[in-house]
Design a protein around this ligand. Structure first.
Ligand code: AMP
Length: 218
């Protein structure tokens, strides 16, 4: 199954991606996580990306396309993949559509997580991630058992540098301006599962899983 998951910052994309990855045993390719890893490793790509990410801006298309293209061509994506956070602009979409067409990696489904803006700030500023395994928590409604420590692997939790109210406002504007046309493009192709992601995590996953299983049966 080749899946693309889309949703604004705070829509729960990362959390749902973890569930999907486990359920279908497919690699999870998150462009944001790839950038964060490059930043942690202080690679030239990481140093470049950091200048944009820290300001809530999108990383330029050319480097982003190159990075995802190299990843999606790896053999572990031969039998399915879950793409998260890419494509985010129409230029990326054009390059991606050509790539999947040329390499028989066409999408089976696109998931769009819908959340009202009023939910986003609490989700974003309360979000904490595990440095080691990437598990996602929230200080408001999904706390770890021990403060600052990951329940899954015992790693320490951190807050993303772009998870601030100010950066969120910029990210919302970028999303509306650059990413909404991508969603409209896939809606036009008739591929999109629309999910109400303002509910609690188990409910959202239930709805999503039901929708994906319906496709699987066809
Ligand atoms: P995410 O983890 O998906 O929220 O991404 C975090 C940040 O990484 C974004 O706010 C962008 O600065 C950058 N980023 C991730 N994916 C892309 C992309 N497809 N195009 C450009 N920038 C991206």
């Amino acid at each position: 199954m080749n899946i693309l998951i889309m949703g604004i910052a705070g829509s729960g994309k990362g959390t749902m991606a973890e569930f999907i990855k486990e359920h279908y045993k497919i690699p999870h390719i998150s462009s944001g996580e790839m950038f964060r890893e490059s930043i942690r490793n202080k690679t030239p790509l990481g140093l470049l990306a950091k200048q944009y990410i820290d300001h809530g801006l999108l990383v330029p298309d050319d480097v982003t396309i190159q990075m995802v293209r190299d990843r999606i061509m790896q053999p572990d994506c031969d039998h399915g993949y879950l793409l998260d956070g890419f494509p985010r602009t129409m230029i990326q979409t054009g390059a991606f559509e050509k790539l999947i067409d040329d390499t028989n990696r066409e999408l089976d489904k696109v998931i769009n997580l819908n959340v009202g803006f009023e939910h986003l700030e609490k989700r974003i500023t309360g979000r904490r991630l595990c440095k080691d395994c990437g598990s996602i928590y929230n200080i408001h409604n999904h706390r770890p058992k021990v403060e600052g420590v990951c329940d899954v692997c015992g790693g320490s939790l951190y807050q993303r540098s772009d998870d601030t109210t100010q950066q969120l406002e910029i990210r919302i504007k970028e999303y509306e301006h650059l990413t909404k046309p991508v969603i409209d493009f896939y809606i036009g192709k008739g591929d999109v599962i629309q999910i109400d992601a303002s509910k609690e995590v188990p409910e959202v996953w239930n709805e999503l899983k039901t929708n994906l299983e319906e496709i699987d049966d066809h």
